[in-house]
Design a protein around this ligand. Structure first.
Ligand code: ACO
Length: 311
């Protein structure tokens, strides 16, 4: 049974009135948002690593500048999102510590390696493509600060997707070796990109409540299907083959039929056993440790300033 407060809260959600930090909210709503926004913020920050890997090896100065700008954007996205989560009463330090201890997750996709330059194309095209598919509807999410962060992030995210597709075009229209690299990148990133949308609706524990609260606007399978429908013609335009023998336009459904990713692999990556989990968390732990003196210095400075004001 809902209390009067909960009923009034749900009425506001149903009327599409945004919830703001000072408004009353059920504890479950607050916890779910901290989990989702925090996980999203961590994904932006950890997501810098697979691409940062290629900045020094980008094939031209122009490509280097573009990639550098994109990776910087991701740092900015992480910061907007941490700030949005902080309005719910958790500190960024707490979230970071929970990431490093394995209590909080980040997107499974960033536990796969980026082996060739074509992977920068595939990451932009597929990974950022999947991210936008998920984030465009989140611009209408019920929590005000999250919604506003999403509006800014989506603008930059579509530039990221286009730069990835542009790399794929160049590679797919290049030499035979370049075309092979592009196909290989698509082969390796296709199923991990499908996994980004989360488990099937039948296995998604949070979807029903999150949709009732309009924290999520669509189910995982809905967005995955939209992504497949949008991406298959883009692969055809590149002259590349999606690595799925069952992929077929279904006239009746008005959608592509496609194969599910290997869900055992997905849950195994979530448990920390993906190809790069240890490396990614190791890199974040190292950055955290090496930044300790900066945090200490800033704190000492803030304390000194505060003491001076009192005196
Ligand atoms: N990677 C890691 N964990 C995942 C993933 C994934 N791709 N998909 C689902 N999970 C986790 C969920 O966090 C949840 O675990 P938890 O209870 O320990 O937190 C569990 O699997 C069950 O999944 P769901 O019940 O479906 O979880 P939820 O309703 O949160 O849906 C989703 C998952 C779709 C990812 C949702 O959280 C979301 O839309 N998040 C915002 C977008 C986002 O985080 N994007 C990050 C990648 S894009 C980028 O950074 C460029």
């Amino acid at each position: 049974e809902m209390s009067d407060e909960e009923r009034a809260f749900q009425d506001r959600i149903d009327e599409d009135i945004k919830i703001e930090p000072r408004d009353w909210m059920p504890e479950g709503y607050r916890k779910t948002l901290i989990r989702q926004i925090g996980q999203h913020a961590h994904s932006e920050i950890v997501g810098q690593l697979p691409e940062g890997n290629w900045i020094t090896r980008a094939p031209t100065l122009e490509r280097k500048m573009i990639l550098l700008a994109k990776v910087q954007d991701e740092a900015g996205h992480g910061l907007y999102l941490y700030a949005a989560a902080e309005t719910l009463g958790i500190s960024r330090d707490d979230m970071t510590e929970q990431l490093l201890s394995g209590k909080m997750k980040y997107s499974s996709i960033f536990n796969y390696p980026t082996l060739t330059w074509a992977d920068m194309g595939a990451v932009g095209w597929l990974v950022d493509g999947a991210a936008i598919m998920n984030q465009v509807p989140l611009q209408r999410t019920s929590y005000g600060p999250y919604s506003r962060a999403m509006i800014r992030i989506c603008k930059e995210e579509s530039f990221h997707q286009r730069q990835g597709y542009d790399i794929m075009m160049k590679m797919a229209q290049g030499s035979e070796a370049q075309k092979r690299m592009a196909q290989d990148a698509l082969n390796r990133f296709w199923y991990p990109s499908l996994m980004m949308f989360g488990p099937s609706d039948a296995e998604s524990v949070h979807s029903a409540q999150s949709m009732a609260w309009k924290i999520k606007m669509n189910t995982n399978d809905e967005l995955r299907q939209k992504f497949v429908d949008q991406t298959v013609p883009q692969a055809e335009f590149l002259g590349l083959t999606v690595p799925d023998e069952n992929l077929k336009w279904n006239e009746e459904r008005g959608h592509y039929d496609y194969s599910q990713p290997d869900w055992d692999e997905f849950f195994n990556v979530l448990k920390g056993n993906g190809p790069c989990n240890a490396e990614r968390l190791g890199a974040r732990q190292k950055a955290w440790n090496e930044g300790q003196w900066v945090r200490d210095g800033l704190l000492a400075h803030a304390r000194k300033n505060a003491a001076r004001k009192v005196a």
